[in-house]
Write a protein that binds this ligand. Structure first.
Ligand SMILES: NC(=O)c1ccc[n+]([C@@H]2O[C@H](COP(=O)([O-])OP(=O)(O)OC[C@H]3O[C@@H](n4cnc5c(N)ncnc54)[C@H](OP(=O)(O)O)[C@@H]3O)[C@@H](O)[C@H]2O)c1
Length: 235
């Protein structure tokens, strides 16, 4: 996403824990797009004080943020009742509590500027309670989708605020997170294809979008409304 947004001329603040990888990416982007400013900050989103500190530094570096993408996420977990509480809790903390810290920092900035675009990365798995190792993950992705919708509710009727909130519901997109998952590969798209669909929805500032739209728009409705037995066979 950083590569695609930089190609469109957007300056970027990149954050993650593995800062060496971000430095390499920033160098690659700087070489390809010398007019684009790229800053890098190490950030563990579970360190909430660091979230607010890094946001403040990125705002200072770039003279403000037009858009924040709340993306950091974990897919760890195990069936509820099988002793996987630690992994499930880690997923909930990263995907929900840390996402809320990022939304807090982003929205405070946007309210102050009276403008901005918050993008929250949910998942197709938010469409329904999911079994086994996906139960906690699916619950977190439903939670962040509701968090974003709540923020959107706060903006209803607020004149003078040019703030948009977009929730993306990606299907299977090749990434480090799902490189081991064989059964998903039938519907998996490569990273640039999946990200292109996400960037397109982001640029339109839609409220919500399934990405890629096909087949995940219709499939999302099947996941949401089909009988439990049917969904169980699909996932
Ligand atoms: N790929 C898919 O098919 C798919 C589908 C639906 C939704 N999603 C969602 O898309 C988002 C990105 O996932 P991905 O597929 O790109 O997975 P990924 O390749 O595993 O990337 C996850 C990213 O989050 C960062 N991250 C994880 N924990 C962090 C933490 N505590 N602090 C700061 N950064 C952290 C990682 O960087 P560091 O490890 O360096 O910190 C990495 O850049 C996630 O929210 C995921 O749930 C993905």
């Amino acid at each position: 996403m950083a590569r695609q947004l930089a190609a469109q001329g957007h300056s970027l603040a990149l954050t993650a824990r593995r800062v060496d990888r971000l430095e390499a990416l920033a160098a690659e982007i700087a070489a390809a797009h010398p007019d684009v400013q790229v800053v890098v900050h190490a950030l563990d989103v579970n360190d909430h004080e660091q979230v607010f500190d890094v946001f403040a530094r990125a705002i200072q570096d770039l003279g403000g943020l037009d858009r924040v993408v709340v993306n950091a996420g974990l897919g760890k977990g195990g069936r509820i009742g099988t002793g996987a509480f630690a992994a499930n809790r880690e997923t909930v903390e990263t995907n929900v509590v840390a996402a809320m810290a990022q939304c807090e920092a982003a929205m405070a900035h946007f309210y102050e500027r009276k403008a901005g675009h918050l993008v929250v990365i949910s998942s197709m798995s938010a469409m329904r309670g999911m079994p086994g190792s996906m139960t906690a993950y699916a619950a977190t992705k439903a939670a962040v989708a509701h968090l974003a919708e709540g923020i959107r509710m706060d903006l209803v009727g607020r004149r003078g605020l040019d703030i948009a909130v977009t929730t993306l519901f990606p299907g299977y997109i090749a990434s480090e997170m799902n490189e081991q998952v064989e059964q998903e590969q039938r519907l998996m798209v490569d990273t640039p294809t999946g990200v292109r669909s996400m960037v397109k929805a982001i640029q339109k500032e839609v409220d919500t979008a399934a990405t890629p739209g096909w087949p995940w728009g219709p499939l999302g409705q099947v996941l949401r409304y089909a009988p439990r037995g049917v969904v169980r066979k699909l996932v």
